[in-house]
Design a protein around this ligand. Structure first.
Ligand code: ZN
Ligand code: ZN
Length: 344
């Protein structure tokens, strides 16, 4: 809590807590934080006040035996601002994660509060980039869920979070194993046309690309992109990101043909403007799309430089739809360094 308040000190100068109306907390003497989408003078609070509010709302729901929907709506106060309804990020999410965990750690493991609290803690640690700690918490959470038995959907969500954390600590093979399980579990549970299955197919493909299983990534995306197009529509963000991922599977391939690289550039040039229109210019996926285009063009230019007579204009051929690929492979070119993060 102290760390969160210190990080936020500059932004919170001269403000007061919207819950207790003081600048300094009467008991803990902690300063204010803000880590959501609130703007202007809104949303400043003490972590202790936010925690107390979340705890009281949950106790009230327990005492009055309110239904699951109300329970869930109140529980989200541990990780989502009640004013702007956006999730807390960074150190604020982390401080609330710890506060949540401390509040419910004394409960029985079988108690729903204990299991949900460990999830809030793990996500809070991830939000503040404490990835190794988040991974340990996630492994404990998964072991506990397996031991106690939980719904298939919950288990898959925990495994999905764990895969992200493996990725962040550089354990890419472990991340891939987890992603494979999550994708096949989601497919079995929800069917091919469910948007969660489609999303997982993209995350699994990215993990395959990360571990250089490019052919498997390509064939999975070739199967799932037409499904995404049919079910979600051409300009749905997920369809756009799946196509971007397919382009990556092409230009990360050392054995890609010139036509493959041209196709990769064409795809990204096609999806980037729509993605910007759908998600807005400041979205991380849009920024990532710009980097992909740069990488794809660089891979194409490098390859063209190695092939006599192939031409050096990456744009001269990009609108040609590639329907038949060259049978001989072009010489190797330098591969782009950064691999995709599976959830962007
Ligand atoms: Zn307060
Ligand atoms: Zn807010």
């Amino acid at each position: 809590m102290t760390e969160a308040a210190e990080v936020c000190a500059e932004d919170t100068k001269g403000q007061t807590c919207y819950i207790c109306t003081e600048a300094v907390h009467w008991k803990t003497k902690e300063g204010l934080v803000r880590g959501c989408a609130c703007r202007g003078t809104a949303g400043f609070a003490h972590v202790s006040c936010l925690a107390e509010q979340a705890k009281t709302l949950r106790e009230d729901a327990e005492e009055n035996d309110l239904d699951d929907e109300v329970f869930d709506a109140r529980w989200v106060r541990w990780h989502r601002c009640g004013l702007c309804e956006q999730n807390y990020h960074g150190v604020v999410a982390c401080a609330l994660g710890w506060a949540c965990w401390k509040t419910y750690v004394g409960r029985q493991e079988e108690d729903g509060a204990w299991t949900t609290a460990i999830g809030v803690l793990g996500n809070g640690l991830s939000a503040a980039h404490y990835h190794a700690d988040a991974l340990s918490v996630g492994e404990a959470e998964l072991a506990m869920e397996v031991r106690l038995g939980t719904s298939g959907v919950n288990l898959l969500a925990t495994q999905g979070n764990l895969a992200i954390r493996y990725h962040y600590v550089g354990k890419h093979e472990e991340a891939l194993l987890m992603r494979r399980d999550v994708y096949s579990g989601t497919l079995k549970l929800l069917g091919e046309e469910n948007s969660e299955t489609l999303r997982e197919s993209m995350c699994f493909s990215s993990a395959l690309i990360q571990c250089s299983h490019l052919d498997e990534a390509k064939s999975l995306l070739c199967k799932m992109i037409p499904v995404a197009r049919r079910v979600l529509g051409e300009s749905h963000e997920l369809n756009l990101r799946m196509r971007r991922t397919y382009a990556q599977s092409l230009y990360y391939d050392d054995g890609a043909t010139l036509d493959d690289l041209r196709e990769a550039v064409t795809i990204i040039e096609d999806v980037a403007p729509t993605t910007r229109r759908v998600l807005g210019g400041a979205h991380p996926t849009v920024e990532g799309m710009g980097r992909c285009l740069h990488d794809a063009q660089a891979a194409l230019c490098a390859r063209q430089a190695l092939v006599p007579g192939a031409g050096s204009d990456a744009h001269g051929v990009v609108h040609e739809q590639i329907t038949h690929k060259a049978t001989t492979r072009a010489p190797r070119a330098a591969r782009p360094s950064a691999r995709p993060a599976p959830w962007q």
